[in-house]
Design a protein around this ligand. Structure first.
Ligand code: 5GP
Ligand code: ZN
Length: 110
C-alpha cells in the first residue's frame, strides 16, 4: 500500500486540514513553502493520467479552492502543482495536488 493510502487509512499520521468523502488535504511532511498542503483523492489513482472519472477533477479543484479560501491564501496568491511521472518530478505514485503559498515562486520551474 502506498504512503498516501496509509495516510487516508489513518495508518500513518498527518496534519489534516480538510477532509470529505472523496478527498483529504494535509500538510506536506517536508514543506517547500510556508504553506504546503497536499490534496489527495481517497481512491488510489497513480497519477493525473490515470483519472477516468472527470467528476474527480471538479471535486479535486473545488476542494483545493475551499482550502485556499479557508486559509486566506488567495489574498497574496498561491501556486497549484501536479507533478506527473519521472520528468514531472513525481515521487509518490498516488495522485496529489500541491498547494503552495506564503512566498513568491519563480517561473519557469527548475
Ligand atoms: P511529489 O514529489 O510526488 O510531487 O510530491 C510528494 C510529496 O509528498 C513531497 O512533497 C513529500 O514531501 C510529501 N510526502 C512524502 N511522504 C510523506 C508523508 O509520509 N507524509 C506527508 N505529509 N507528506 C509526505
Ligand atoms: Zn495510494
Amino acid at each position: 500500500m502506498c504512503v498516501f493510502c496509509k495516510i487516508v487509512n489513518g495508518e500513518i499520521p498527518a496534519q489534516v486540514v480538510f477532509e470529505d468523502e472523496r478527498v483529504v488535504a494535509f500538510n506536506d511532511i517536508t514543506p517547500k513553502a510556508p504553506t504546503h498542503i497536499l490534496v489527495v483523492p481517497k481512491e488510489h489513482i497513480e497519477s493525473a493520467t490515470e483519472v477516468v472519472d472527470s467528476n474527480l477533477w471538479s471535486w479535486f479543484m473545488d476542494t483545493a479552492l475551499q482550502v485556499v479560501k479557508k486559509l486566506d491564501l488567495d489574498k497574496q496568491g498561491y501556486r497549484l502543482v501536479i507533478n506527473t511521472g519521472e520528468h514531472g518530478g513525481q515521487t509518490v505514485p498516488h495522485l496529489h495536488l500541491h498547494i503552495l503559498a506564503g512566498r513568491s515562486f519563480s517561473w519557469p520551474p527548475g
